[in-house]
Design a protein around this ligand. Structure first.
Ligand SMILES: [Fe+2]
Length: 476
């Protein structure tokens, strides 16, 4: 398939984004609430082609970090690509030599053997201990300047992150302790000596120091994108999607083609005690998902809310064929692990959504409201922000204009002590009619109402994958 053929039918939001290296002030319609003050950081693939590289997988687009600084009723904006090795190689005109998740280097096995897929740093932007990190599945953290978004370099937490461990793109933050939890797989014991794959569980304390909390041996290299925490556990739902690390590293196939769906393995739920001690493993029928919204403990049960897919292909084929317009999404679903290891799964939505969010002050604790988005890129499709009430299964939607692409909704409370749901939803929207992007502010209590404010850019960028809000106002 040629580049032009790849691009001709793609959603226009996927066309390459120009970075905004000097901060700009956005045009605001409506009124930004006076109490809404802080910085929204976003991350996502901003371009899928560069210097001869043409991404064959959605996760191979170059990470574009953006910031919306909200202060005094005004919104300032800036964006920069993460200066990964891949980005620099593309800028030097040598993109064809990049091995991605879905791209092989020209030259056959010898040109690919032993090479990890390049890190695009395109999945999440998180803030902790006065540090902004760009994260992805394929790599380790990149530290980004909180104010001007320049790439400071790789972050290994003062050498504490094991050399060959990943640092996954969905860390979780305990709202009570301020700790950041995460995990990372290390394939090298398996590749070098056929030993089990190691899943490192990490805790980063308030001061930004990384501690290895536990290591869990895994028989398979699970494609594990997300996890959750409760008050007492790190919670892993290991769906039966596995990578053959030998095939991937021998260069016989792309990393993406070395993945397979193995429903015969079932799903393994692993509960790792935060206080240390032996982890617990629970087997259940195969369950396919990518994102977890939240988890909590309920009278001895562990409750995990995730977006469940009926079929493996509903996500993985779409990610590979991301330029083909289609619907990506699963069903908001509640998984309950009982004290006798009984697992039940119950959908509480029949609408296909993704990128689930909640009030981060409720992370790891019982909560009520989920905020999702729809990802329908078909021509003229109507996308929505969907608020889901876990108590009543009631849905409230904000409906955007046909053709608009809508990003993850981030909840911001009205104040530190405001009730759950008393605040705003911030989401980046690609406005199809104007071929530009905007920050849209919705009332979280009733997102069906007209936006409270819309802050428009003079250009577009893909709404991206994930991001974070912090009350710190970034400097210009
Ligand atoms: Fe994700």
């Amino acid at each position: 398939m040629t580049t032009s053929a790849l691009n001709s039918n793609a959603h226009p939001a996927l066309s390459p984004a120009r970075e905004v290296s000097d901060e700009i002030v956005l045009d605001v319609t409506g009124q930004i609430p006076a109490e809404l003050r802080g910085t929204l950081y976003r991350n996502g693939p901003g371009r899928f082609e560069g210097g001869g590289f043409v991404a064959q997988h959605a996760f191979d687009g170059d990470g574009l970090i953006s910031k919306f600084v909200i202060d005094g009723g005004a919104v300032r904006f800036q964006s920069r690509y993460v200066r990964t090795s891949k980005f620099r190689q593309e800028e030097a005109g040598n993109g064809a030599a990049v091995r991605g998740m879905g791209n092989q280097r020209p030259g056959g096995i010898l040109a690919n053997i032993g090479r990890f897929p390049a890190d695009s740093a395109n999945t999440h932007a998180v803030v902790q201990a006065n540090r902004l990190l760009a994260l992805s599945d394929a790599g380790r953290p990149w530290e980004i300047d909180l104010d001007d978004l320049t790439t400071r370099g790789a972050c290994d937490f003062d050498g504490k992150l094991p050399v060959l461990s990943r640092f996954s793109p969905h860390p979780r933050f305990d709202p009570v302790t301020g700790e950041m939890f995460n995990f990372g797989l290390d394939f090298t014991p398996h590749l070098s000596a056929k030993l089990p794959i190691t899943m490192h569980c990490y805790r980063v304390d308030r001061a930004g120091r990384l501690h290895t909390q536990a290591t869990v041996p895994l028989r398979y290299a699970y494609i594990q994108h997300d996890f959750a925490i409760t008050e007492h556990y790190l919670v892993f739902v290991l769906a039966p999607i596995v990578l053959d690390p030998v095939q991937a590293m021998l260069g016989l196939k792309t990393a993406e083609r070395a993945m397979s769906h193995r429903p015969d393995l079932g799903t393994k739920i692993v509960l790792v005690p935060r206080a240390g001690g032996r982890h617990r493993e629970i087997e259940c029928p195969p369950l396919m998902y990518i994102h977890i919204n939240n988890a909590f403990e309920d009278r001895g049960d562990v409750v995990i809310d995730l977006v469940r897919y009926d079929h493996y292909d509903d996500f993985f084929d779409r990610a590979r064929d991301f330029r083909t317009r289609s619907v990506v999404g699963g069903f908001a679903s509640r998984v309950r692990v009982g004290t006798a290891d009984k697992v039940t799964v119950e959908d509480f939505s029949d609408q296909q959504t993704e990128l689930p969010q909640h009030d981060w002050r409720r992370t790891s604790r019982e909560y009520r409201y989920g905020y999702h988005t729809t990802l329908d890129s078909r021509p003229g499709a109507v996308n929505r922000i969907v608020k889901v009430d876990a108590h009543t299964a009631r849905h409230v939607e904000h409906v955007f204009e046909p053709g608009d692409a809508v990003g993850e909704p981030i909840f911001v409370p009205r104040s530190a002590t405001a009730a759950e749901d008393d605040g705003w939803l911030l989401t980046v929207v690609y406005i199809a009619a104007e071929h530009r992007s905007a920050l849209v502010v919705l009332d979280a209590r009733d997102p069906s109402r007209a936006p409270i404010a819309v802050a428009r850019l003079d250009r577009h960028f893909f709404p991206g994958f994930h991001g974070s809000f912090t009350s710190r106002v970034a400097a210009s």
